[in-house]
Design a binder for this molecule. Structure first.
Ligand code: HMG
Ligand code: NAI
Length: 423
């Protein structure tokens, strides 16, 4: 039987599911009901989700959670988080409460410039190309006027177009390097539309346009978030804690194996808010990790100092986020997330997301340098293990109580459950 198909995209949802079950899921008879149980009975809402992407056959739920008690620039926030990993939301909540008693988080947007490029090949004399570009530059801007009209009214649009000679990296390779201000939108579609118009206007016989696309590397779209307090206010053994915390950061600056995990912990917070607000987490991930490697070596995104008895901990990251456009106002839960955040501008959202990353990093480093990560993480993960072991509601209640403060592993929980069942 052939397991390839022509015209799959033209089948309706039921026909797609039937074809999948008959060809790939024959040994899993409950597949149809699993897929169907995640469909929303509200037909309009289901259709909205179906139309977000192509070949949709069901919905894939992730938990929608909130972390209360954040204070950012003296304003109170409850931060929405969408993530599958246990302990992340608890950690964010714990740290929000901790820092709200120590002046809260401070955050500022350092820059908001986005970048797009027309990549092209040209084998002629550079001087001729430069003359052509300089004479055409006003026409290139004019050609995009109908696309940029509303963005310019908002104070955004194209900031500049530069001709860049990249022939030292690749024979005949040049770029039109274009900078943009996209205000409250992430700007990908706006930037790409402008670039394609610029490329078409720039086109001539001896210029071979290869592609026109925004860059997800945005080192000039930066936000900084920080916390600081007197070492004595860090709690018991404040200096000992601060020193170990500082050492953990130093290690993440010099050791890429550690830096990647360190930054993964930061992304636990960042991605969760980016997803909850309907933003593009792949774009954010790509840009943030490139920024972490900007020196040529992959390093920690956060830093820490201990000076004159003051502990300071901060993060500086590039973030391309929107509070309009994409799914932000189309997905009812993204819209609700933005409402919960009191309808921030894109700049304010950049600060909130950076704070979520910093909070997560603080929680992980605090745990790592004191109790170890497993204690808190496994305490939160216990329910997942119990669900995997198909514990009943009563068994769960008893085991959550009896295993409190114990070292939790899959095996220890399994053993405790079996013991409970023979009692
Ligand atoms: C897990 C905690 C928070 C426990 O911490 P705890 O001190 O045992 O918590 P608690 O039970 O005493 O509760 C204190 C507060 O924590 C929060 N909290 C506590 N429990 C809950 C819960 N069930 N639901 C919601 N919030 C919760 C909540 O704010 C609560 O206050 P309250 O609400 O009672 O006023 C702590 O141990 C912790 O922060 N651990 C770090 C967890 C972490 O970083 N997880 C990320 C996953 S591991 C990873 O992927 C990254 C990593 C670690 O590899 C990165 C790296 O290496 O850098
Ligand atoms: N490499 C990448 O990252 C790519 C990402 N994408 C996707 O593009 C989408 C984001 O593109 P966008 O252009 O942001 O979205 P979009 O295409 O929905 O456009 C947003 C539009 O909202 C309008 N707008 C209304 N009020 C505004 C305000 N206050 N500030 C700014 N604009 C305002 C503007 O006309 C703007 O162009 C995301 O879904 C992303 O996943 C698409 C292509 C490539």
């Amino acid at each position: 039987m052939s397991k390839t198909i022509t015209g799959f995209s033209k089948l309706d949802k039921e026909e797609k599911t039937t074809w999948l079950i008959n060809n790939f899921l024959t040994d899993f008879p409950d597949s149809h009901s699993v897929l169907n149980q995640y469909l929303n009975p509200n037909k309009k809402l289901q259709q909205l989700h179906d139309e977000f992407i192509e070949n949709s056959i069901s919905n894939y739920y992730l938990p929608f959670a909130v972390a209360p008690n954040f204070t950012i620039n003296n304003k109170a926030y409850v931060i929405p988080m969408v993530i599958e990993e246990s302990s992340v939301v608890a950690a964010a909540s714990l740290v929000a409460k901790f820092w709200s008693k120590r002046g809260g988080f401070k955050a500022e947007v350092l820059s908001t410039t986005k970048i797009g490029q027309v990549h092209f090949m040209y084998a002629g004399a550079y001087l001729n190309l430069e003359t052509y570009f300089n004479s055409l530059k006003p026409t290139l801007l004019k050609a995009t006027e109908s696309i940029t009209k509303n963005m310019r009214k908002r104070g955004g649009g194209i900031l500049d177009i530069e001709l860049r000679d990249k022939t030292s990296d690749l024979d005949h390779y040049y770029q039109l390097h274009v900078t943009f201000e996209t205000k409250d939108s992430m700007g990908a579609n706006f930037i790409n539309s402008c670039l394609e118009t610029i490329a078409n206007t720039f086109r001539k016989d001896d210029v071979e346009i290869v592609m026109s696309i925004l860059s997800n590397y945005i080192p000039d779209c930066l936000v900084k978030a920080e916390v600081s307090c007197d070492i004595d206010d860090l709690g018991e053994n404040g200096m000992e804690f601060a020193k170990k915390f500082y050492q953990a950061l130093q290690i993440a600056q010099v050791e890429p194996y550690r830096a990647v995990t360190h930054n993964k912990g930061i992304m636990n917070g960042i991605d969760a808010v980016v997803i909850a607000t309907g933003n593009d987490f792949r774009a954010v991930e790509a840009g943030v990790h490139a920024y972490a490697a900007k020196s040529g070596k992959y390093k920690s995104l956060s830093q820490c100092t201990i000076n004159d008895g003051v502990f300071k901990f901060w993060i500086e990251i590039p973030l391309a986020l929107g509070t309009v456009g994409g799914l932000t106002n189309l997905h009812p839960l993204s819209k609700l997330s933005l409402n919960l955040l009191q309808n921030p501008s894109a700049k304010e959202l950049m600060m909130i997301v950076a704070v979520a990353g910093l909070a997560q990093n603080f929680a992980a480093l605090k745990a790592l340098t004191t109790t170890g990560i497993q204690k808190g993480h496994m305490k939160m993960h216990l329910n997942n293990i119990l669900n995997q072991l198909e514990a009943t509601k009563d068994e769960k209640l008893m085991l959550v109580n009896s295993l409190n403060n114990q070292h939790i592993t899959y095996n220890s929980v399994n053993k405790a459950l079996q013991q409970l069942r023979v009692q």
